[in-house]
Design a protein around this ligand. Structure first.
Ligand SMILES: CC(=O)SCCNC(=O)CCNC(=O)[C@H](O)C(C)(C)COP(=O)(O)OP(=O)(O)OC[C@H]1O[C@@H](n2cnc3c(N)ncnc32)[C@H](O)[C@@H]1OP(=O)(O)O
Ligand SMILES: O=C([O-])CC(=O)C(=O)O
Length: 437
């Protein structure tokens, strides 16, 4: 058994026993009251999931296994001192619950680059069967489903494996799947935007460095950006659309490919991960309409007000849980201010940040007027030369695999049962609260 799986087995057995005892001894305790409004407005604030990998605080933002993003940038292993933490280390932290050693990270890097070379040919045939004009998320999700022919989990289930051991083939499938996503994403990128001139994996590189390399970017700077991007988008507790969907589908004992593809279909929605692409279209139209790539603050104000007047949302702003600026936005802005302070798109993002929150506040209904992760990620990628913004949600998806698939392994360790909440008709809700029309 490899060193990561061995450690997972040890911590997994302990925590699964604790959960069993907790439910046995306290299963009947009331932990929350729920209002009618909460149910009808997207179940916001309703505690309904067990997720260990990360926790979101409305004011402070995300913490991965208790560590904030600035802490992680100090504590996680890096390639070199002024570089960004390696996503492999964040994966280890989310999966095991402990900070990794350099050797753990090196092990995962090597393991993933070995596993990445095992993608069957039919997966590329399936991608090639789609028109190049199909959105990259269509191609990405189709490829993920096509890879499920390789599922260890499905095979073990069919062979009658004891359910207490399900976590083991789930771990194998997850490691295969994560290792292969950069290859698939880069293949789609080169297919759609670079005349099918594909670039082979470099087994000496780390996971995110390889992603940049296979997309055609060899500079130290883009590799550093890719490591940051892959860390920042990895997880956002259990209730967001991509995480919750992956978990939900997994509770039917669907294999990791089915579960993750389902989550990615949710990420492809414009109110979730696709907002990173929406922001770029919004900026592009702004620049076109105003006729300058350096619009004034007054021009931005007017454009934003028009967006609202047309009944549309301002992409990259607002959040279902956060009530302050997303620290993932701040980290990217700090990165841009440090390395590319004069990039026109970054200047535009800084100006939008100064004027948009007050416009959203003035609506009187937006609960969070501050920017989220998507408000800047595309402008940062674009400023480094990754300008084809239809690929951005795919990059988000590659990163999101780290968190939601670690959680999927834990779902099987905990033996989480089928998720099946209750629904009611409008009549039931009316009667419940004594409503008269
Ligand atoms: C990685 C991520 O998923 S981060 C989020 C990415 N999505 C975006 O950036 C899209 C723009 N933002 C939004 O649409 C929302 O803020 C969401 C989807 C993120 C959160 O939605 P909710 O939790 O329902 O937000 P909230 O409770 O503040 O909504 C209240 C009202 O304000 C509106 N509102 C919220 N954010 C915005 C915005 N950025 N622009 C305009 N209106 C907004 C809502 O549409 C809603 O209007 P309604 O009552 O007429 O339906
Ligand atoms: O938490 C959410 O609902 C959305 C989000 O920011 C993410 O999933 O990264």
């Amino acid at each position: 058994m490899d060193q990561v799986k061995q450690r997972l087995k040890e911590v997994g057995e302990k925590r699964a026993n604790v959960l069993k005892k907790l439910v046995r001894e306290h299963g009947d305790k009331v932990i929350q009251e729920v209002t009618l409004e909460q149910v009808i407005t997207g179940m916001k604030g309703i505690v309904a999931l067990l997720t260990d990998t990360s926790k979101l605080d409305p004011e402070e933002g995300i913490r991965f296994r208790g560590h904030s993003i600035p802490e992680l940038r100090e504590k996680l292993p890096k390639m070199n001192e002024d570089g960004e933490p390696l996503p492999e280390g964040l994966f280890y932290l989310m999966l095991i619950g402990e900070l990794p050693s350099q050797s753990d990270v090196e092990f995962i890097s090597k393991d993933w680059s070995r596993r990445a070379q095992g993608i069957p040919e039919h997966v590329f045939d399936v991608i090639n069967g789609l028109p190049k004009s199909a959105h990259p998320m269509i191609q990405f999700n189709t490829a993920i489903l096509a890879m499920s022919t390789e599922s260890h989990f499905r095979k073990a289930y069919m062979e009658g494996m004891d359910k207490k051991d399900y976590w083991d083939p789930m771990y194998e499938g997850v490691m295969d799947l994560i290792s292969r996503l950069p290859v698939i994403a880069a293949y789609i990128y080169r297919r759609v935007f670079h005349d099918e001139k594909y670039i082979d994996i470099d087994p000496s590189l780390d996971w995110a460095g390889n992603m940049a390399h296979m997309m055609g970017f060899e500079s130290v700077e883009v590799k550093r950006l890719m490591r940051l991007y892959m860390v920042l988008h990895a997880d956002h507790e259990g209730g967001n659309v991509s995480a919750h969907t992956t978990h939900l589908v997994g509770t039917a004992l669907s294999n990791p490919y089915y579960s993750f593809a389902a989550g990615m279909n949710g990420l492809a929605g414009p109110l979730h991960g696709m907002a990173n692409q929406e922001v770029m279209s919004w900026l592009e139209t702004m620049i076109q309409e105003i006729g300058s790539d350096r619009p004034s603050k007054d021009q931005i104000r007017e454009y934003a007000r028009n967006t609202l007047a047309n009944g549309r949302v301002i992409p990259g702003y607002g959040h279902a849980v956060l009530r302050k600026t997303d620290p993932r936005f701040t980290e990217q802005l700090n990165f841009a201010n440090k390395y590319i302070p004069d990039a026109p798109l970054i200047e535009l993002i800084r100006n939008i940040y100064e004027v948009v929150p007050e416009i959203l506040l003035a609506t009187g209904k937006v609960k969070n007027p501050w920017p989220n992760v998507d408000a800047i990620s595309g402008s940062l990628l674009s400023s480094y030369g990754i300008k084809e913004y239809r690929i951005y949600t795919v990059l988000f998806g590659v990163s999101r695999a780290l968190g939601v698939l670690s959680s999927l392994i834990w779902d099987r360790i905990y033996g989480q049962p089928l998720e099946r909440p209750t629904s009611h008709t409008l009549e039931w809700f009316k009667e419940k609260v004594g409503f008269k029309e």
